[in-house]
Design a protein around this ligand. Structure first.
Ligand code: SF4
Length: 420
C-alpha cells in the first residue's frame, strides 16, 4: 500500500514539474519519508531519520513526512521536528503538490472523494502494476491503528479500476496486484451508487477480462470474507495466481474474540482446508501476533496447532506492540516481553522447518515463471504463479516472458531451475 502511495506522489509531482529520483540524499531537492505505523518500531525510527536527513540535506531542500504516522501524529511531527516542511496523511497523498509550497502544511483528513484516487502515471515496475481497489478499513480489530490512519472503507468503482489496469497493460504490464486493506470486502461501500462489479468475486471476473493481462494477485484478504464463491473463483480463474494470504493473527478462538477478528479457529482452519482441497498447489501465507494481551500458554498452543495443520509457506510474525487509539492498548493483562520473545522464537523456528520442507517439495515440479530481473553470473530472476522466487541461467530475452521452468534445487527462500 505504501509503495503504491509513493508511486502516486511521484506521479502527482511529475504533473507539476519533472522530478527525478536520486539515490544520493545530498542531491535531493525534496525528501519524502513515507511512513508506516502498524508497529511501534517504524514510528520511533522516524525522528532519527529526520535528524539524519537534516544533516545531509542540501540548502533549500524540503522534507515531508507522509503516510500512516503522519496521519496519527499530525502537527506534533512539526512541533517535535520543525525542520519538517509538510505532513501529509495516508489518505491525502493526492494533495502533495498543494502542500509543497506551504510552510508547515498539515493535511491529515480521512474524507474521501473519487478525485483523491485519480493519479497521473508513474509505475516503478512496468511489468507488475499495483492497483488500489479500496481504501481504508471498517473493521475494528482491537490491535490495529489502520482504521484511524486510513479512514473508513470505500471501494473504488470497477470502471475506474479497469481503466487503470488497461492503462498499465497498454504500457507493458503483465501482472496486477489488487490492493485494499480488506481487499475481498470489495463493494461494501461505494461513495455513490455504481454499475459494474459489486463484490470481490465479480471484480476478479471483470479484471480477468482485460485483454493482454496475464496474472492477477491481490492483498490483503480477510479470512471472514472468504466465502465459497470467492474460493471457487480463486481456484478456477486461470488468471488468478495461486498464492493467497490468509491472516490468522492468533489460533486461539478466545483471543480472536478479544482481537475482534470475527472468526473462530475452526473457521480459519476450514477455509485453509478448502483452499488446499480446491488448489493443492496454492501457497498460503499468514500474519501472526504473539504476546497479545492475555495470551496464555494454551492460547499460544492453539496458534502452534494452526501452524502445524496449515503448514504456511510464508509467515509474517511479530510481538504484539500496543498502538495508540486502539482498544487493546488499554487492556490490562499485557504479556511480558520475555515470554513474548520466547513464543516468537518457538513459532519462527518451527515455521522455518515447515517452510524448508514445503520448498524442497517443489523440486522436480514445473512452474510458470514471469521473469523480471537480470541478476549476476548470467542468471535471471522471476516469480512463479504461486509467488516463489525462481532463478534460471539466461539472458535479457527472458525478461517480461512467462516461461515453464523445471525446479532443480530449492533453499528456504528461493528455487533454482532450468527452462522446461
Ligand atoms: S481488517 Fe483489522 S487488521 Fe486489517 S486493516 Fe482492518 S482493522 Fe486492521
Amino acid at each position: 500500500m505504501n509503495v503504491r502511495d509513493s508511486e502516486h506522489m511521484i506521479a502527482e509531482l511529475n504533473k507539476k514539474e519533472p522530478y527525478e529520483l536520486t539515490e544520493k540524499i545530498d542531491d535531493a531537492d525534496l525528501i519524502i519519508i513515507n511512513t508506516c505505523s502498524v508497529r511501534e518500531k517504524p514510528v520511533s525510527k522516524l525522528f532519527s531519520e529526520i535528524g539524519m536527513f537534516k544533516k545531509y540535506k542540501k540548502n533549500g531542500a524540503k522534507i515531508g513526512v507522509t503516510g500512516c504516522t503522519a496521519s496519527h501524529l499530525g502537527k506534533d511531527i512539526i512541533k517535535r521536528a520543525p525542520v519538517v516542511d509538510f505532513v501529509l496523511g495516508a489518505r491525502n497523498v493526492s494533495k502533495i503538490t498543494q502542500v509543497l509550497d506551504k510552510k508547515h502544511a498539515v493535511e491529515i483528513a480521512t474524507d474521501y472523494d473519487e478525485s483523491t484516487y485519480m493519479f497521473g502515471d508513474y509505475r516503478s515496475n512496468s511489468l507488475k502494476a499495483m492497483i488500489n481497489i479500496s481504501i481504508g478499513c471498517d473493521k475494528q480489530c482491537s490491535f490495529c491503528i489502520v482504521p484511524v490512519t486510513r479512514g473508513e472503507e470505500i471501494s473504488i468503482p470497477s470502471n475506474l479500476i479497469i481503466q487503470e489496469i488497461q492503462k498499465a497493460v497498454d504500457a507493458g504490464a503483465k501482472e496486477v496486484t489488487l490492493l485494499g486493506q480488506n481487499v475481498n470486502n470489495y463493494g461494501r461501500r461505494f461513495s455513490t451508487q455504481v454499475d459494474g462489479a459489486q463484490n470481490f468475486t465479480e471484480l476478479l471476473r471483470a479484471v480477468s477480462e482485460v485483454e493482454g493481462l496475464e496474472r492477477i494477485r491481490f492483498t490483503s484478504p480477510h479470512p471472514l470474507h472468504m466465502d465459497d464463491e470467492f474460493l471457487q473463483e480463486f481456484a478456477n480463474n486461470p488468471k488468478v495466481c495461486k498464492q493467497i494470504h490468509v491472516p490468522l493473527q492468533s489460533g486461539s478462538t478466545r483471543l480472536l474474540k478479544e482481537m475482534k477478528r470475527g472468526y473462530p479457529k475452526e473457521w480459519f482452519l476450514n477455509r485453509c482446508q478448502k483452499i488446499k482441497e480446491l488448489v493443492p498447489e496454492a501457497t498460503i501465507s499468514t500474519d501472526i501476533i504473539v504476546g497479545f494481551p492475555g495470551e496464555s500458554d494454551e492460547d499460544f498452543a492453539d496458534t502452534m496447532d494452526v501452524l502445524e495443520k496449515v503448514r504456511f509457506d510464508a509467515l509474517f510474525s511479530f510481538k504484539y506492540s500496543p498502538r495508540p487509539h486502539t482498544a487493546a492498548a488499554t487492556f490490562e493483562n499485557q504479556v511480558d516481553n520475555e515470554t513474548a520473545s520466547k513464543r516468537l522464537q518457538t513459532l519462527q523456528a518451527r515455521h522455518r522447518e515447515i517452510q524448508n520442507e514445503n520448498m524442497q517439495a517443489k523440486v522436480g515440479k514445473v512452474y510458470k515463471v514471469l521473469f523480471e530481473e537480470l541478476k549476476s553470473e548470467g542468471r535471471v530472476a522471476g516469480r512463479s504463479d504461486d509467488g516463489t522466487l525462481v532463478m534460471v541461467k539466461g539472458s535479457e530475452e527472458l525478461l517480461g516472458k512467462i516461461v515453464d521452468v523445471k525446479i532443480t534445487f530449492a533453499n528456504i527462500t528461493q528455487l533454482t531451475g532450468e527452462l522446461a
